[in-house]
Design a protein around this ligand. Structure first.
Ligand SMILES: *Cc1c(COP(=O)(O)O)cnc(C)c1O
Ligand SMILES: [Zn+2]
Length: 415
């Protein structure tokens, strides 16, 4: 990889050659960070050559990605998700300029596809054709889908309580799904033992640094879709902390390579009932503490985050704003995204928007600002909570008289 210089340990600073199987620091077990040769990137890509590219997927940014030149690009089209100027939502929230980046429009309907597509490429580079992970949600379904498209086999470990919709995705993509009668912790431990025993490629959680490099492509797209004129803020929901770290890495890479001339401030949004990263950020300390997982936004219900170091660094470096939102505020944001913009988000997907709303209401950010709100997952994944947010339809027998009566009840003037 001509564009990559090394993998650096975020804990002890040791440097290694970036190879696909070294996913944590061999010396101290710390999380690694991939470093690039920005002079090389500058000499091989600029805004104009990028604009003329026909590849509308995350792989249009190959110069910024840690993949071998000879690696084949996956078949499933991940990335280049829709980017909307959201004037009606901006008006409701009371902000001058607002954009929605809808990453629920990805092959398996979440931003996690960007990480899983990368995992599939790195597994192939490592000569593996079986990938495994344990997860209850989007990491698993995106891995199963992306691996299926690449002709790879997946073993997915889920706790028995995993939501049906997400299990259906796994089965549909042909994964071998092991439903463990126990807690998520039990599930994780069994998967680790199995991965160790059979030598499968490990897509577990946020420790694999290549996954974050995949996730950063959402930031590269946002910048290009803004014609490289960055907004003041980018709002995003945070669980393990891998997504926000990836977003920040993407913007920093573009800045270092001369594609953008300023960096946005990140609005880091967590649920009130589970916010270990924001709590540490607010206390200005790297010492986060585990919390309970009391939120309906299952994708960000992470009491023990696996990537707190990078996430806290991203918040600190970007002069970021930690905002916690209640489940009620998340449901309200889901409704607002749907009603004003036709965008259907799962709870964790709408949390960024909920955080932006709160940051405006509490004066944390100015009303004449510009912001991108990233929707990280699609609402169809979690129909129960969607109905909770939107309410039930009008239910009547087939009678015009009863229809008129219902219309009067809800103040609809048709008669
Ligand atoms: C995973 C996920 C997040 C949070 O990403 P982390 O890397 O865990 O911080 C947010 N929204 C959705 C829909 C997700 O699936
Ligand atoms: Zn180390």
């Amino acid at each position: 990889m001509k564009n990559v210089t090394s993998a650096v340990c975020t804990e002890c600073g040791a440097r290694y050659a970036a190879d696909p199987l070294t996913t944590v620091c061999p010396a101290c077990g710390g999380i690694l960070d991939i470093e690039y040769d920005y002079d090389y990137i500058r000499s091989s890509l600029n805004r104009e050559t990028l604009k003329s590219r026909r590849d509308y997927s995350m792989w249009r940014y190959r110069e910024f990605l840690p993949v071998e030149g000879t690696s084949r690009v996956p078949k499933l089209r991940v990335g280049w998700s829709p980017f909307y100027k959201a004037d009606r939502l901006a008006e409701v929230l009371g902000i001058k300029t607002l954009y929605i980046k809808d990453d629920g429009i990805n092959p398996t309907a979440s931003l996690k596809d960007r990480a899983s597509a990368m995992a599939v490429v790195k597994a192939e580079e490592a000569g593996k054709n079986i990938i495994a992970c344990s997860s209850t949600g989007n990491a698993a379904s995106s891995l199963a889908g992306n691996a299926a498209a690449a002709g790879m086999k997946t073993y997915i470990f889920v706790p028995e309580r995993a939501p049906k919709g997400k299990v259906a995705q796994l089965m549909m993509f042909g994964a071998t799904v092991i439903s463990v009668q126990g807690s998520y912790e039990d599930t994780f431990r069994l998967s680790a033992e199995a991965i160790d025993r059979w030598g499968w490629y490990n897509r577990n959680a946020a420790i694999n640094p290549y996954l974050m490099e995949g996730k950063k492509t959402v930031a590269l797209e946002i910048a290009e879709q803004l014609d490289f004129k960055m907004t003041d803020y980018v709002a995003i929901s945070v669980g393990d902390g891998c997504t926000i770290s990836g977003v920040w890495k993407g913007f920093k890479d573009l800045y270092a390579a001369g594609f953008i001339d300023r960096l946005p401030r990140l609005i880091s949004v967590q649920a009130e009932g589970c916010c270990p990263i924001n709590t540490a950020a607010k206390e200005n300390t790297a010492k986060w503490r585990p919390q309970e997982e009391n939120t309906l936004a299952d994708s960000i219900a992470v009491g023990v985050p696996r990537n707190p170091v990078k996430a806290l660094k991203a918040i600190r470096e970007s002069d970021g704003i930690p905002v916690n939102v209640s489940d009620g505020e998340i449901l309200e944001a889901m409704r607002l995204l749907g009603h004003t913009s036709g965008v259907f988000a799962e709870p964790a997907g709408a949390a960024g928007t909920a955080g932006l709303k709160k940051a405006l209401e509490t004066g944390l950010i100015e009303r004449d600002a510009s912001c991108v709100s990233v929707v990280t997952g699609n609402g169809l994944k979690d129909v129960n909570n969607a109905i909770k947010a939107s309410g039930e339809p009008i239910l009547i027998p087939p009678s015009m008289q009863l229809l008129l009566k219902e219309f009067r009840k809800i103040g609809d003037s048709h008669q």
